[in-house]
Unconditional design. Structure first.
Length: 171
């Protein structure tokens, strides 16, 4: 996140999505909102008001393993870091479940969920699945959305900020 505040960071993520997805939202209307409203509010020329709820995708278990690997390499310790899937998750699935479990006050205004890989450094960039993301989402995210009885989200976006791109959109 660097030196930006959380609200500044959230607005930057939404503005990036607006540009990448070519959404007709006036950047001047993009503003942070306090909980229990979704994170960011904006106004679309064609659809009117819209909210964006954001979730940064980062697996803390993988980060700890990478840091330990770097520490060992720096110390010239040849012992490999062992992977224990008990401590490694699927951040896309986990964050989606977390956001689906929250309650939002939106007064009928549509909410788009924006899950994003920040990839501000090499440690985080390695958390992006090294496969076609739509195939990954089919197995990891669609099952969660299929069993969700009431999703508050009109659309779900997955954004990569390291190589600015929209990796996936549902529906």
């Amino acid at each position: 996140m660097g030196s930006k505040t959380q609200p500044e960071h959230d607005r930057a993520v939404v503005l990036e999505l607006i540009g990448l997805a070519k959404l007709d939202i006036d950047p001047e209307t993009v503003e942070s909102r306090p909980p229990p409203e979704p994170d960011v509010h904006g106004v679309s020329a064609s659809e009117g008001p819209v909210y964006f709820e954001l979730g940064r995708l980062l697996d803390q278990g993988i980060q700890k393993l990478r840091l330990e690997g770097f520490r060992r390499a720096w110390a010239r310790d040849p012992t490999p870091v062992s992977m224990n899937d008990q401590f490694v998750g699927l951040p896309e699935r986990d964050m989606l479940k977390q956001k689906l479990g929250k309650s939002y006050i939106n007064n009928g205004v549509p909410i788009d969920l924006v899950l994003y890989y920040d990839a501000e450094n090499a440690l985080v960039a390695g958390g992006i699945p090294p496969i076609e993301f739509s195939e990954h989402a089919k197995h990891v995210m669609l099952p969660v959305l299929a069993v969700s009885s009431r999703s508050p989200f009109r659309r779900v976006w997955v954004l990569e900020r390291f190589r600015p791109s929209v990796l996936w959109k549902y529906p």
